[in-house]
Design a protein around this ligand. Structure first.
Ligand SMILES: Nc1ncnc2c1ncn2[C@@H]1O[C@H](COP(=O)(O)OP(=O)(O)OP(=O)(O)O)[C@@H](O)[C@H]1O
Ligand SMILES: [Mg+2]
Length: 388
């Protein structure tokens, strides 16, 4: 899968911009605040209909403008598609997404047209923060390859919201009945089973690939990075039955607490390094390498299951790695169409990208200028010592 063209109009600090990226590695360098992340964010919009860094669309339209647009033309499996996202400021839910000039009705209709994986500095939260960050990572990954999963997730979430609202009513004595709770639980059971089964399948694959990627980037055989699935549901032959049984068992406690205490919305990924909990024991460098390995393993999973390699977006990743790790990272990404940003011009010495672009900003407007088309990709390993 590759992006052939990106066009931005009134998107963040871009007024009008068209870019024809290379099918390999595209390197964007520029000062802080010039517009590098904005460009990656636009690609993310076209892949998933939303930003990777803000939850609302409000801040994305260029200040003072009445609308903003990001378009990409994608070539995947021999089929060329144009995805267009049009945003309007100060109006919630006023986003229009078009595929080949036809407005889509549901987000699920765009899933998979453009697959991308983004790594940004905030992704260190995958290791450091709570379970919801890791669930989001899993859900975004699986939704991109499996529309049925995305739909199951929406159905489950809607059932969960209704069940929780009813639990709160029952707790406060303002209505609701156990019979209605049971109806919601039964409706949640089938999507819960789809979610658990898909997560298990993907985590099995991801586990092997992320361990291998961690070793490749660190260059250290004795660092064993592992991931595992932590489910709040008991292991039983039928997830649907296990779900209903556990809901029934927890019902009185859930009414007392006003929340649903078990189910896929409470799942997590266990992350360990040499059998120790990463969150508690890992060093900064190990956390960075692990987060990056999870993202690169995600690329491999998407390629393996979907048959086509997604587009890789690496935001400011180089500055966090020593030179040997950077070189090993370059060899990991060479198979993908990659958009990589950096502020440090010494990263250009890595000679990793066939296309290098300079991003500048003047009068609040970003410009992207190609500086060296057709540079060859040269990989040189240095003799610098490793650190973790
Ligand atoms: N809606 C908007 N309208 C106009 N400009 C905006 C808007 N939103 C953000 N900006 C501007 O975009 C710039 C930030 O761009 P971006 O986050 O892409 O920078 P960057 O090149 O990634 O910087 P860094 O290297 O610090 O990460 C800021 O100057 C900000 O003022
Ligand atoms: Mg940035």
């Amino acid at each position: 899968m590759r992006i052939e063209e990106i066009t931005l109009r009134n998107f963040r600090n871009y007024r009008e911009m068209t870019l024809l990226p290379h099918e390999g590695v595209n390197l964007f360098f520029g000062a802080n605040g010039s517009g590098k992340t904005n460009l990656l964010e636009a690609v993310h919009y076209c892949a998933l209909g939303k930003s990777h860094r803000v939850t609302s669309d409000q801040s994305v339209v260029r200040i003072g403008e009445s609308f903003g647009v990001c378009d990409v033309t994608v070539l995947a499996g021999g089929v060329r598609r144009k995805i267009s996202v049009r945003l309007v400021p100060n109006e919630i839910n006023k986003k229009t997404i078009m595929i080949d000039s036809r407005k889509i009705q549901r987000f699920s209709d765009m899933m998979g047209c453009l697959q991308c994986v983004i790594f940004s500095p905030e992704d260190l939260g995958l290791i450091r923060e709570g379970p919801s960050v890791r669930r989001r990572y899993l859900d975004m990954m699986i939704s991109q390859i499996n529309r049925g999963y995305f739909i199951a997730l929406q159905q489950y979430r809607s059932g969960l919201e209704q069940r929780n609202a009813l639990l709160r009513d029952m707790r406060s004595g303002s209505g609701g009945s156990r019979k209605v709770l049971e109806v919601f639980e039964q409706a949640m059971a089938a999507p819960a089973a789809v979610i658990v089964a898909e997560r298990k399948k993907v985590i099995d694959l991801l586990s092997e690939l992320s361990s291998e990627t961690y070793r490749n980037i660190s260059g250290l055989e004795n660092e064993d990075f592992r991931i595992g699935y932590h489910s709040s549901l008991r292991e039983e032959a039928s997830v649907e039955e296990a779900f209903c049984r556990q809901m029934a068992e927890n019902r009185e406690d859930d009414i007392r607490l006003g929340v649903t205490s078990a189910g896929p919305h409470r799942d997590d990924l266990n992350l360990s390094l040499n059998k120790k909990n990463m969150k508690v024991f890992a060093s900064q460098g190990q956390i960075r390498t692990a987060a990056l390995s999870l993202k690169l393993a995600q690329m491999k999973v998407l390629k393996k299951i979907g048959g086509d390699a997604p587009v890789l977006l690496l935001d400011d990743v180089m500055s966090e790695l020593d030179k040997n790790r950077r070189m090993r990272l370059v060899s990991e990404i060479s198979d993908y169409q990659t958009f990589i940003t950096c502020t440090d011009e010494t990263d250009l010495e890595l000679d990793m990208a066939p296309r290098v672009y300079h991003v500048t900003s003047g009068n609040g407007e970003a410009r992207v200028e190609e500086t060296s088309p057709g540079r060859p990709m040269v990989l040189k390993e240095t003799a610098e010592p490793d650190f973790t």
